[in-house]
Design a protein. Sequence first.
Length: 425
Amino acid sequence: MQPVTVVGLGKIGLTLAAVFANSGYYRVFGADINEAVVNHVNKGISHINNEPGLDKLLEKAHQTGTIQATTKTADAVSKSDIVIVIVPVLVNDRDEVNYQYIDSAVEEIGKGIKKGTLIIFETTLPTGDTRNRFGKRIEEISGLVMGEDFYLGYSPERVYSNRIIEDLANYPKVVSGLNEKSLQLVTEFYKKALNCTILQVSSLETAEFTKVAESVYRDVNIALVNELAVYADKLGVNIKEVIKAANSEPFSNLHSPGVGVGGHCIPVYPYFFINNGLGSGLVTLSREINDNMASYAVRVIEESTGSLKQQKVLILGLSFRENVKEHTKSSTLLLINELKKKGAIVYIDDPLYTKEEISSFGVIPFLNDVSKEIDTIILQAFHDEYKDQDFKEFTKCQLVLDGRNALDREKIEMLGMRYIGIGVK
């Protein structure tokens, strides 16, 4: 079996490693700086929850000896002919690109790379980084020449949490290479490793741009429908009904409005364009609209219930979306900030987080014994546990703001509470 190193064993990296290790073609060395993650992988145990099929794939790879993990990235790279890099690039509080983790990983790759190695970046990147930032840095460290002594490719991850394995099989794999030989090697690898449709593009930069463009499209679409939802509120029109009717026409694909947009992707990747020369325009405006939805939701509550000072407000869901334990850029964080400005007492419930984890955000973890004291409820992340939520225990609650337009309005109103959705009053 051909040796492959996967650098970065997070949600996507570990899943890729497990899929590669079960392909029948590759033996995988996983590299991660987190020792606990490495120890779990070497026992055949996934540290990732709620990713269907991953546990079994990892256990099988462990049993067959086709996966092994280490904290020594350079050593893992030196053992392989192919290196896949899936280390996150983030933005800081000022929405500036933060390369801390991937720069560190590339340093180690440069130390361990040998002649003839193929390096493929899957991390979402600003356009030009694969060639100009990382390829050149590997050249500087290793003394090897990209395109001659080592080969370079970019193939963006295009998967969705909770269905990564399914998406790897069903989505076309966009691939690119520094030169013809690089593209050939990248294509051959993914054909064997994933057995999926391959979509070649002409350059590394095209593939990088494609991935960010996908996220920007979703952010702009959501911003559009959020703007329409706010306007629909003014006119007394139900935006859910509008979307259903409008999308019956094949050229309309309005997304769903909501209390905000969170996660590692949609609210982050637009800044890879904005901070890289795009300038002000639709992309920048969309970010502003979506981040302002939390403020809008709090204003709607205040208009309905009066002053929020000392009101006890319960937010359902700390994570940025349903059934995923991840709070990066979660709209709940924006809601907390807005509610505290108004003097509200904020409670959080999230079945995926411990009470201690919730407390670390400066809010009160919700316990059932305070149900009768809650004045307002906001649904932010529609976890499965909330699908059958019984609101009758909240005897003091005046208003339920459905930030995802997902709850049963009739059941809530039968309890004498007011229901308000986003664009649905």
